[in-house]
Design a protein around this ligand. Sequence first.
Ligand SMILES: *Cc1c(COP(=O)(O)O)cnc(C)c1O
Length: 294
Amino acid sequence: MNIKTQEISMSILKDKGVKLFIKRIDQSHEYISGNKLYKLKYNLLEAKRQAQSTLLTFGGAYSNHIAATACSAKESGFKSIGVIRGEECFPLNHTLNFAKEQGMEIYYLNRDRYRLKNTDEFICELKQKFGDFYLIPEGGSNSLGIRGASEIIDSNDVQDFICCSVGTGATISGIIRSADGRQKVIGFPAIKGFTQLESDISCWSNRSNWELINNYVCGGYARINKALLDIIYTFYETYNIPLDAVYTGKMMLGILDLVFKDYFPRGSSILAIHTGGVQGNKGMVERLGIKLPS
Ligand SMILES: *Cc1c(COP(=O)(O)O)cnc(C)c1O
């Protein structure tokens, strides 16, 4: 894949003597959100190896992973089933509409039933309903997903700090595994539940050259505030870089605030991973009537 890394020039960066680069894995595919493409890669290969014809996965109604799975399944010749948390709503939002257009079969589960999704009993029920399938967990976050995410960075990415947004922690775990021991990986959670995230990432990455910084959740998953929107508008207007409001905008808000607070030593360099997710902005625009890049 031909992935571009751009340097961001901003007066605060110059003042503080740090360099900031952004790796545009959001551009690795026209429709599939950056990190989700990486997390699906080995899952699709495994589904092929098992000679499965159908992929089944889980997600919320605005999920980047649902959109990515629908599109990847179509491209790779699989049928796909998306099990969606919540009730059916009309008109379909942008994400589910897209997933349907890609041929995904959508199946809704109320929130109580959705919580059971990882139990053997429930998966058995799904197999009775849909026939056999290859199961991809929510977010694509299994060991094959982490293996795929470990390909997000490589030996050309030599910056001192690598930053990314964190949902389940699978993506950062892959990045931590590929980072050089002298690099530090910093994760910015987009969801609450810090302790669980830390223990999952410890377990998945099995290394210690990382840290989670929890001050930029902006009130919780898919919540927004003015500081977040300001960063998103600045990046779009000044650098023509669309950030999403759920993940990458919060990461960038965190990075720039840490620069301001002298977290990064003078002379150091930072690589921010643009994990994608911009399709999710459309849903936010639909729901909240605000302006966001797409
Ligand atoms: C899903 C997602 C994440 C979080 O990835 P995890 O592997 O669940 O931590 C980060 N950024 C974007 C844009 C995403 O869509």
